[in-house]
Design a protein around this ligand. Sequence first.
Ligand code: CU
Length: 260
Amino acid sequence: MRSDWREPVRAPRAALRVFGAALGALTVVPTSLWAQDAPARARYWFPPAVSSYGGKVDHLFMVVLWITGIIFFLVEGALLYFLIRYRRREGQPASYIHGHTGVEVIWTVVPAIIVVMLAFSSQRVWSYIQGPPPPHQLEIEVKAEQFAWNIRYAGADGQLNTADDIETINQLHLPVNQVVLVHVTSKDVIHSFFLPQFRIKRDAVPGLNTSIWLQPITEGHFEIVCAELCGLGHYRMRGFVVIESPEAFRAWLEQTKRAG
Ligand SMILES: [Cu+2]
């Protein structure tokens, strides 16, 4: 049996420093990488939301963060208070208390009400984004492969998967304010089509055809990220999103068609 159990355990300082640095790198580096051109706020917080439902997702996130944040500080504060207030004192024996039924009922019922409310409000946002899409003006296909995004637009016949389709690699152009239906699939392994600024992510699974819808509301340049570890080249599987006016989009599509 150990005789030194009363000795406090001290983690070596170097180990703590390495742990702290790793934690810092994990949280700071990814956000700063995709937000290099973004306003200063986006370097430590979310990148700007540029889709019609981005604001709804961010609002729900903030509601959950405030509720859980306030509860966190209340609970940890009470814990700290009790640790100090009822610490061991010389000559004072420990006393046994049974608990308090009223307090137990409160701390069960209040969180239950909060969780049910959050479930209903997140279900509303979820079904708006993932439910039946609104009527779309543009339909495209995104096919993932190790390690690129193949993007397909319909040609003059307006039909996808016909001979006159226009195909690009890693270049996704979208007309601002138009609803776009995106069919997501994969050629080889499971990838994940992630548009951080749109607040949407969908797995690209070989043999499975799924679709999502987007409505960009801000013009600009953004990125497609693969959010599924899909092989050795996963880190470089990025694409580019350009949101532009419908006229600029048509001109780009024409030019791509002629070049291809
Ligand atoms: Cu991938």
